[in-house]
Design a protein around this ligand. Structure first.
Ligand code: V07
Length: 253
């Protein structure tokens, strides 16, 4: 047993053989970082990295479904990403359509429910249309929730939540002393979703970058140097193995 865990590089596990099926994280969130760097290393334009990164999502969704993960949140576009060069932003804003065009039939068939966490307002109409159709088409599916964080920023989310709570107080629907964790949680853009059990970030950056600051309060974190386009089902498996080892340790004391 011990041997299985040693002398192995990241991502070199085999399948899901080492996973405890009773201890699969309910909700996994991923910061899919390193697409631009992946492209640069190959002398390709950054958009080539984004395209490749989109293909990795397909594999991880499939794997999540197989493992029985209930919610997969993917950080696709942050409120800070608007600062990138316009051609890159324009390309990124076409990716939801591209992804859904090839994947929506499969997602529907596999009982996946598509959701978005973020502000729709600033998105181009073509992006909103594609995304809203996917949400509508899959709203009754009760399998994996595939939640894309799109134009999402945690501080903005908290500000909006505060405004909503204040308005309810102002209208006499809520008393200040009644505010508790549930009040805050329910006004965040993640609404009724459970908090992530596991956060994965690729590409060697060890920070949250304004991602789900409230929701990640008790989550396990797993970081890898691997760039998102190089991320495989085996890396995913490894992250879950590490998660299970940590959870088991806490359970023991
Ligand atoms: C984006 C590909 C993955 C790597 C990280 C950034 C680039 C899938 C979507 C998407 C979003 C909503 C939706 C369906 C698919 C996406 C953006 C960027 C902006 F309903 N990948 N992907 N959206 N990248």
């Amino acid at each position: 047993m011990l041997k299985k865990w040693t002398n192995r590089k990241e991502g070199e596990t085999n399948g899901s053989l080492d996973l405890d099926p009773r201890n699969i994280p309910n909700h996994v969130a991923i910061i899919m970082d390193g697409n631009g760097r992946w492209a640069k290393k190959r002398g390709l334009p950054r958009i080539a990295g984004h395209r490749e990164g989109m293909n990795v999502i397909k594999k991880i969704v499939k794997k999540s479904n197989q493992l029985g993960i209930r919610t997969l949140t993917l950080y696709a576009f942050s409120t800070e990403n608007w600062k990138r060069p316009k051609p890159e932003v324009d390309f990124l804003m076409r990716l939801p359509e591209r992804f859904l065009k090839s994947e929506l039939p499969k997602l529907t068939e596999e009982n996946v429910q598509v959701r978005i966490t973020g502000s729709k307002e600033a998105l181009p109409t073509h992006t909103i249309n594609a995304v809203e159709k996917a949400i509508e088409d899959t709203k009754n599916n009760d399998g994996l929730i595939l939640n894309f964080a799109l134009n999402y920023g945690s501080r903005h989310e908290m500000i909006e939540a505060m405004k909503q709570v204040y308005k309810e107080i102002d209208r006499g629907r809520l008393a200040v002393d009644e505010i508790d964790e549930k009040t805050v949680s329910s006004h965040l853009m993640t609404g009724d979703l459970s908090d992530p059990d596991l956060l994965i970030r690729t590409s060697g950056e060890i920070r949250l970058s304004n991602f789900m600051l409230w929701q990640l309060a008790y989550s396990e974190f797993w970081f890898t140097e691997t760039l998102w386009p190089d991320f495989t089902e085996n890396h995913f498996n490894e992250a879950i193995q590490v998660y299970q080892k940590r959870i088991r340790r806490y359970g023991g004391v």
